[in-house]
Design a protein around this ligand. Structure first.
Ligand SMILES: Nc1ncnc2c1ncn2[C@@H]1O[C@H](COP(=O)(O)OP(=O)(O)OP(=O)(O)O)[C@@H](O)[C@H]1O
Length: 358
């Protein structure tokens, strides 16, 4: 078993309210990602679960049992940090073996466990090296191996891939999902990288300023963001947001544009709204029933696609296009809009209005 539950976590550091009532329910065996920008309270949440942070309020339950006042050791959780924190004078083998030695395992047990985890992480050939003789990526694998060598109740990982270069980071994402599948343990993984979160997680909790905004699968968080902030934080290029309101059977932009009112919209006439349009739901290449007139502002070629920036009045739309798309700044364009996939948010609360009617 390895369920982790945090309820009503509150923590202030002087004037700073780092956690304002965080609730998380991590199912046994899941790859659960806490995603949020810098300063959102991700590390503080993880440290609170690990018992390294004294809470002002709230509780932590492990496998259904109240562990709020347990020592870190009694919680039986393994933590991996952004910095590798390896013992510099010890070899990789000795580093990986250290949690088992602390538990007084026999040398036979230790050798078997180190061998198994080294195979899993493909680091057999590094075992006799000291940290200074390894690259950053290799050190990170050793640090992971040290966490994975025993079978704790759950693994807590705090941005463990941040210090790696992009290529290694992408490789390690795939590795970590493979390791998670073969170990079958519970992973609670903290990151500010939405691609990392969406590519690895079973469940994502999006955290902002000490409050959970939404919990869901990566698809749910991307396709059905609970509010305007989540819609803006998750997704690249960023979702385009246009101020508007419903008038009869039209959606009328504050900057003068009009679109048909989406069939699913339950917004009241005159209610201030934000229309959210993802780049892949817009097109400068297709014709559609609904379109916005604008002018080309710039092109961002990204290899497999090009993002076209289109100015509609004073607002900017990001539109996904084929890599070969061309055009000159100032050129007039018509942008087809897939209104069935659009999002509407209440402009005053930021909350989605898209889920009610669809
Ligand atoms: N020991 C501390 N003393 C004072 N303030 C702190 C302390 N630890 C965290 N904070 C503050 O609490 C807030 C949340 O910090 P936390 O480290 O949990 O954020 P984070 O989401 O992990 O950010 P990052 O992605 O940058 O690591 C921040 O405003 C931070 O400055």
């Amino acid at each position: 078993m390895g369920t982790v539950a945090a309820h009503g976590l509150r923590k202030s550091f002087g004037e700073v309210e780092a956690l304002k009532g965080v609730d998380l329910d991590v199912p046994d065996g899941s790859f659960f990602v806490v995603l949020g920008p810098s300063g959102a309270g991700k590390t503080t949440t993880l440290r609170a679960i690990a018992g390294l942070e004294k809470l002002d309020a709230g509780s932590v339950h492990l496998d259904g049992r109240d562990a709020t006042h347990d020592t870190p050791a009694a919680r039986d959780l393994a933590m991996v940090f952004q910095s590798y924190a390896l013992y510099p004078r010890r070899t990789a083998y000795e580093n990986i073996a250290s949690p088992l030695r602390a538990r007084r395992a026999s040398s036979g047990e230790i050798a078997a466990a180190v061998e198994q985890v080294s195979e899993l992480l493909h680091i057999e050939r590094l075992l006799e090296r000291r940290p200074a003789q390894m690259s950053g990526g290799e050190q990170q694998r050793v640090a992971l191996a040290r966490a994975l060598v025993r079978r704790p109740r759950a693994f807590l990982m705090d941005e463990p891939l941040t210090n790696l270069d992009l290529k290694l980071r992408v490789e390690m994402r795939t590795e970590l999902t493979r390791i998670h599948r073969s170990l079958g343990g519970t992973f609670v993984y903290v990151t500010n990288d939405q691609v990392e979160a969406l590519s690895m997680a079973d469940q994502v909790a999006v955290l902002r300023e000490g409050q959970v905004q939404q919990v869901g699968t990566p698809t749910e968080v991307y396709e059905r963001p609970a509010n305007q902030w989540v819609a803006g934080f998750v997704g690249s290029p960023r979702i385009s947001l246009l101020a508007c309101q419903v008038r009869g059977d039209q959606l009328v932009g504050d900057r003068g544009w009009t679109l048909p009112r989406p069939r699913w919209s339950t917004a009241r006439d005159g209610q201030p709204l934000m229309l959210g349009l993802r780049a892949e739901d817009l097109s400068v290449e297709k014709r559609g029933d609904a379109s916005l007139a604008g002018e080309l502002y710039g092109l961002e070629p990204l290899g497999d696609r090009t993002v076209v920036d289109v100015k509609v009045g004073t607002e900017m739309l990001k539109v996904k296009a084929r890599p070969a798309v061309t055009g000159s700044p100032g050129e007039r364009l018509s942008v087809a809009v897939d209104l069935d996939r659009a999002h509407l948010f209440d402009a005053s609360t930021g909350l989605t209005l898209s889920e009610v009617g669809r």
